[in-house]
Design a protein around this ligand. Structure first.
Ligand code: DP6
Length: 364
């Protein structure tokens, strides 16, 4: 990883007044799940997912050079939607400390972050992926500017993906538009445990208008942190079989994505989603994150599919919310289905995303 960054700038050999930079990064949803990791977020199996367009974190950083480098942890302020947020400040501080091993110039900076989400904070959709990926991209872009590295967008995103991974594993997929794979696999040339790669060339056109409508079954903060969840896999009796199954599923999903086979795709992503929850339910201690309403929606979706033959499927992350996945041409059916559920909860409609965006900073 250090060689990958190849950073020779260990001292404060750069000039800087104070400056600002702003990025918006998307959330992403996994279809083949990352569940189980080694140190520094090296995945036990490859995962595959896609970036969303509208669920984003926008983060602005004001930074200035210090007289001497900080020692243990950086001096930083973190504002989330206008208010100081101590718990996020601590997470970001830990991330910067780790990131400074690869980008030593960070030790010469003071930080003031201003961050907001495009989705309501109370939606239960808050993800560390969009937040960490935006910060990682900001750092790699600053490095590029400070040291005139002249790296192109692809190199910047690849480095940012590797850096984001250190903050939160799944964040590395948020640096890429559309579909991506993270984790070394013979299925995709150039794949790596260190960063995510773009796999769009191996995805049929029929998946390029994929949509994700998230039914917010519960807006509560997750009762199990992902990090704790991954740890449960270390002692899990099914762990080794799960890692094998994930590899097989990835290979099958690759075939469905290539052929444009929505039915094969749907069966497989639902199996992955339920496997993730099956693993949590059979962990020690065990967790049941699905709510009665989550199960009801899944059952109703199966009935609706039998009746209408539509291509609407579900996936889940480590929580109770249902991600309804479908091609855009099924939007009308999706709305009919949602109406039939007569829900009182919010639905966030989203679709395949164009990736990170650099935004112009207007007020310094
Ligand atoms: C179920 O990336 O949030 O969403 O690396 O500990 O930060 P850490 O975990 P995180 O785990 C995501 C788990 C998942 C599946 C996935 O996104 O692949």
């Amino acid at each position: 990883m250090k060689e990958f960054f190849n950073n020779k700038y260990t001292q404060g050999e750069f000039e800087l007044g104070s400056n600002s930079i702003c990025y918006s990064c998307p959330s992403n949803i996994a279809l083949i799940k990352y569940w189980g990791k080694k140190e520094t977020q090296l995945p036990r199996n490859p995962s595959l997912g896609f970036s969303l367009e509208d669920a984003r974190t926008t983060t602005k950083l004001k930074y200035s050079k210090r007289g001497r480098p900080w020692d243990d942890s950086p001096d930083l302020k973190f504002y989330f939607e206008g208010s100081q947020n101590q718990s996020f400040a601590m997470k970001v501080s830990g991330f910067i400390t780790k990131a400074s091993e690869y980008l030593p110039f960070l030790r010469w900076l003071d930080f003031e972050f201003d961050s907001s989400n495009s989705f309501p904070h109370s939606s239960g959709m808050a993800s560390s992926a969009s937040a960490m990926s935006a910060i990682a991209l900001i750092f790699v872009d600053i490095e590029n500017q400070l040291f005139n590295l002249d790296q192109n967008q692809d190199v910047i995103r690849k480095k940012a993906s590797a850096l984001a991974r250190i903050g939160s594993g799944s964040a590395c997929r948020s640096l890429l538009p559309h579909f991506s794979v993270w984790g070394e696999t013979p299925e995709y040339e150039g794949s790596s445990d260190l960063f995510a790669i773009d796999i769009d060339k191996q995805v049929h056109q029929d998946f390029m208008d994929i949509c994700d409508s998230v039914v917010i079954v519960s807006s509560q903060v997750k009762s199990v942190s992902s990090s704790h969840g991954h740890k449960l896999m270390d002692q899990h009796p099914f762990a080794e079989n799960r890692y094998l199954q994930a590899r097989e599923n990835l290979s099958k999903l690759k075939g469905h994505l290539k052929k444009g086979d929505w039915v094969g795709f749907g069966e497989l992503i639902e199996l992955e989603a339920l496997t993730l929850h099956g693993l949590m339910m059979s962990s020690s201690p065990s967790y049941t994150l699905l709510r009665p309403l989550s199960l009801e929606i899944i059952e109703e979706l199966k009935n609706f599919r039998t009746k209408t033959n539509c291509d609407i499927y579900f996936t889940l992350d480590a929580g109770p919310n249902i991600h309804l996945i479908y091609p855009h041409k099924e939007k009308e059916n999706l709305l009919v289905f949602l109406r039939s559920l007569n829900l009182s909860c919010d639905v966030h409609h989203d679709h395949l995303g164009s990736g990170p965006k650099k935004l112009v900073v207007t007020n310094g």
